[in-house]
Design a protein around this ligand. Structure first.
Ligand code: ADP
Ligand code: MG
Length: 575
């Protein structure tokens, strides 16, 4: 049960504000998360971590000398957007490249991957090391598909220590990968977690039972057994992990770091009772225990559960594991020679969303874009409930709220950009980033991507001709397809976007004016959205509900079609 919150929708944002205020010795808030508040004498490779919120001390609690340089912090259990990751990485960068590291989850892979591309486009060397320690999430034969849990701490700590030691990006990447290769975890849960404002837990485990291998967001485990004794749980943990030794490791004589992690509402005292047996079992197997940890390192809100992580050391990893570090949630030894970063220095690094050069024709188009987004926000306010209802039938019911918040943020960002003299490209980029940051969910990321792609196509100079609009809408369609990997027939918004984009281009090519062409294409989009009712979902969250969605249209397709209608009304006003 989460008892203390204000508006549940603002929980993550308010949590981050409070965390930063309480931790100013280590961190400063920036767009998208936090970065270190101090600098060492020499620039180092920057280690940037992150993921959804709800896992404290992952991720913000691990920012400081010796571990991470910055953490991108998403909404509860939701990946930060590519824009947020990019903004944090840009603020954290010290001139020697960036290593992105995070747990292996689809949303995070998508958004961090895009942020990496944006860093590279800006000429910054940027690499990624995924954490894949959870042995139950995929078999040994598909080890790279495993998800990341408390092994995060190991990989982040080793990477951070390597950076602090002055290694270059190749070196930091190499040891981080090695740390991940030699780390294995196993988790269990006794009860699910309840997000702020929710009436029920996100998932449940029957009383007296223990879910084996259950993920930190309630992803299904592999088994359910009666809750064992503390000693019984230690035996399960150690037996499984000794059966999962990394290549080239034999337990007898090996040096190992055990990390016994509480997931949220298991007491430290209970963990110590479990650890008592873990320690003995590892020693009995002939291993030498080095610098063990018992506590909370990667939680899952108030979930009752625990995990054991084993890091099998070599000389280099041991030196890096034992190196000093100083972060809000994890400290070792003494870190000296730091100076505070001034507010001005940080402001210069923070993603200021600069307004580039533009001409008057493009500024006129930008004003039109802002009007269209404002009208969409109004329409989506009025349609939020209905879109939520459709999404509830086969999805999670958040489509209306997500579109409402995203479009409002986009309209606000667009107005601000126009007031600051931005052209079409810049206005759409700001609006798209704001939509992805605030809208959340798959649709937020996709709408963000669409606006950014449209902006890139339109540019910041020149009159936006009907043909340019057609080409822009085509670029927008291509971007969603490349980004979300959905195909026509998967029952997503693609099923409305593709016919809309194609029809618009055809009409324009046939010589129709923009308003006429758009009128026809919006009609095609509405019919296509309606026709998705006859499809079964093959992608996204609705997939597991399969046939439940038959007879109901796809919410994303419906909101897209409604949006084309709203933009049409704005086009007509303009004529
Ligand atoms: P979430 O699925 O994260 O809860 P929303 O409910 O806001 O996000 O949005 C759901 C909509 O997102 C779906 O109706 C569908 O149109 C769209 N969608 C989901 N996955 C994809 C994808 N891979 N490509 C394009 N659109 C997608
Ligand atoms: Mg949804």
């Amino acid at each position: 049960m989460t008892r203390l919150f204000n508006d549940p929708d603002d929980f993550a944002e308010e949590m981050i504000e409070g965390f930063a205020a309480a931790s100013s010795r280590w961190v400063r808030p920036v767009t998208g998360g936090v970065v270190r508040s101090t600098r060492g004498a020499e620039p180092t490779v920057a280690v940037v971590i992150g993921g959804g919120s709800g896992h404290y001390p992952a991720f913000g609690g691990l920012v400081g000398p010796g571990i991470a340089h910055g953490a991108a912090m998403g909404n509860l259990f939701a990946s930060p957007s590519a824009h947020q990751v990019h903004a944090v990485a840009t603020a954290a960068h010290e001139g020697r490249g960036v290593l992105l590291s995070f747990g292996n989850y689809a949303g995070d892979v998508l958004h961090f991957g895009q942020a990496q591309e944006r860093m590279r486009e800006a000429g910054i060397d940027c690499r990624t090391v995924l954490v894949t320690d959870d042995v139950w999430s995929a078999p040994k034969s598909e080890i790279e598909k495993r998800r990341g849990i408390a092994g995060d701490l190991v990989v982040f700590k080793i990477a951070g220590a390597a950076a602090e030691a002055g290694m270059d990006l190749d070196g930091v990447e190499r040891v981080a990968r090695r740390a991940n290769d030699r780390t294995r975890s196993f988790g269990v849960a006794f009860s699910g977690c309840t997000l702020p404002g929710a009436d029920e837990p996100l998932f449940e485990v029957p009383a007296g039972r223990m879910a084996v291998g259950l993920g930190i967001h309630g992803e299904p485990g592999i088994d359910e057994v009666d809750t064992p004794t503390a000693a019984g749980l230690a035996e399960m943990f150690v037996a499984k992990l000794l059966d999962e030794l990394p290549d080239g490791v034999t337990a007898a004589g090996a040096r190992v770091v055990p990390i016994l992690n509480g997931l949220g509402s298991v007491k430290y005292e209970e963990l110590f009772v479990v650890y008592r047996s873990v320690h003995r079992l590892l020693t009995d197997a002939g291993a030498v225990v080095v610098s063990p940890e018992v506590g909370e390192f990667c939680t899952s809100f108030d979930m009752a559960g625990a995990s054991l992580t084993l890091l099998w050391l070599d000389d280099e990893l041991e030196q890096l594991w034992l190196a000093p570090c100083d972060t809000p949630a994890y400290r070792r030894g003494a870190v000296a020679g730091r100076r505070e970063v001034s507010a001005d220095e940080l402001a210069a690094l923070d993603d200021a969303q600069e307004i580039g050069e533009s001409d008057e024709a493009s500024r006129d188009a930008a004003a039109m874009v802002a009007r269209a987004l404002r009208a969409m926000a109004g329409m989506l306010d009025a349609s939020a409930e209905e879109l939520g209802r459709i999404d509830r039938i086969a999805g999670d019911g958040d489509h209306g709220i997500g579109m409402q918040r995203g479009s409002r943020a986009a309209a606000d960002a667009a107005s601000a950009a126009v007031d600051a003299g931005a052209g079409a490209r810049t206005t759409l980029h700001h609006a798209g980033d704001a939509w992805a940051d605030k809208g959340g969910g798959t649709s937020g990321a996709i709408w963000g991507e669409m606006l950014v792609a449209l902006g890139t196509a339109l540019g910041d100079e020149g009159t936006v001709t009907p043909d340019a609009v057609g080409a822009g809408i085509t670029a927008m369609k291509d971007a969603v397809m490349a980004f979300g990997k959905a195909k026509p027939g998967d029952k997503t918004m693609i099923d409305a976007i593709v016919p809309f984009a194609e029809d618009l281009s055809e009409r324009l090519a046939a010589g129709d004016g923009l308003t006429d062409a758009w009128t026809h294409a919006a009609g095609v989009a509405a019919a296509a959205a309606e026709a998705t009712a006859e499809m079964t979902a093959r992608l996204g969250r609705a997939r597991s509900h399969g046939d439940k969605s038959l007879g109901t249209p796809d919410p994303g397709a419906v909101s897209f079609a409604l949006s084309t209608q709203t933009v049409l009304d704005v086009l007509k006003e303009n004529n």
